[in-house]
Ligand binder design. Structure first.
Ligand code: UDP
Ligand code: MG
Length: 316
């Protein structure tokens, strides 16, 4: 394709307040990338509020393989990495975190595995080290629920750390949805996919950029982008509740007119009103979630705004 062949490999790293990790990360990358002839390392600065961007710029100054895309604000890791894919000019693309939880030493293995004829080689976490029980549990639960709800097989216990071919990158660029859920999109594409296992280290320095709020948003985006089960769930629930209500109605009529044993059913009345009210609100909420996604996609805004980049557009 038109952008291919400029480099053998592009490495894309979304960066959000990672100043304490960047030098070490860069050293590790350089150490492990000598198996590949020509590379570019693309840092996508996702609105960091620390020194990250100036560190990246200083790396770029002394090494012209270092590229950066400085986004206008914090757009979230998923959008940051797509911004990187849009600009990448490599035949193959590695996507990884820059807190060294995804070890650069695994890149050669990913790269070689691809030679066996794969379009995607993802890195599967056999162990997660040094993460809170909360994080590990919610992650496990999320992966399991997601794989139950979606039809395309999104691999469990796998983050975004992976290598993809130019072909996959080009399809990703064509996928215009606003709510990005990278690993779901890659699973949806299909082609030849495989994995290698690794032990996920603990974050080198700094703290996670994923607050509980961001994790929640990420989970909802993942589920609603790749499954309409929640939307259908409202309908199933409606049927079940209606059925129960019908049975209760029959019973109430029987009590009133045949058994003639009726009481001032205040409790049951209140309970059923609350019950139905709850169900209705949940269902409305689910519908609202999908409608807001339609709204966002109809607006068709650009996904992100670039403040500054040193990537040479001419070459494309
Ligand atoms: N990140 C980002 N934007 C954000 C949050 C995180 O670009 O809003 C980057 C972050 O710098 C890191 C990667 O995404 O390279 C994964 O984030 P983090 O390590 O905070 O997530 P965790 O490993 O805790 O899930
Ligand atoms: Mg991390």
């Amino acid at each position: 394709m038109e952008k291919a062949n400029t480099y053998d490999l592009s490495v894309i790293l979304p960066v959000y307040n990672e100043s304490a990790n960047l030098y070490l990360l860069y050293d590790e990358l350089i150490k492990n990338l000598d198996i590949v002839k020509s590379i570019e390392i693309i840092f996508v600065n996702d609105g960091s509020t620390d020194e990250s961007i100036s560190i990246i710029k200083s790396l770029a100054k002394k090494d012209n393989r270092v590229k950066y895309i400085d986004l206008s604000r914090n757009f979230g890791q998923q959008i940051a990495l797509i911004a990187g894919i849009h600009k990448a000019q490599g035949n193959r693309i590695v996507i990884m975190d820059c807190d060294l939880q995804d070890p650069p030493s695994l890149i050669p293995e990913l790269y070689k595995k691809m030679d066996e004829g794969y379009d995607v080689v993802y890195a599967k976490r056999s162990k997660r080290k040094g993460e809170s029980i909360f994080k590990t549990l919610t992650a496990k639960l999320f992966y399991r629920i997601l794989s139950k709800l979606t039809r395309c097989k999104i691999p469990v216990d796998t983050g975004d750390f992976r290598i993809i071919s130019r072909k996959v990158a080009d399809v990703l660029i064509q996928m215009k949805e606003q709510q990005k859920f990278f690993r779901g999109q890659v699973a949806w594409i299909g082609l030849n996919q495989t994995y290698v296992e690794f032990e996920r280290n603990k974050r080198q320095q700094g703290k996670t950029g994923y607050s509980v709020k961001k994790m929640w948003r990420f989970a909802i985006d993942g589920i609603t982008s790749f499954s309409d089960f929640p939307l259908k769930f409202a309908t199933y629930l409606g049927f079940v509740v209606s059925f129960v209500a019908f049975v209760l109605m029959m019973w109430a009529l029987y009590q009133r007119f045949i058994a003639k044993e009726y009481v001032q059913g205040w409790t049951s009345l209140i309970l059923s009103i609350l019950f139905i009210g709850g169900i209705q609100l949940i269902s409305l909420g689910i519908i609202g979630e999908y409608i807001s996604r339609i709204g966002n996609n109809v607006k068709d805004r650009p996904l992100y705004i670039i403040k500054e980049t040193n990537i040479d557009e001419e070459k494309k």
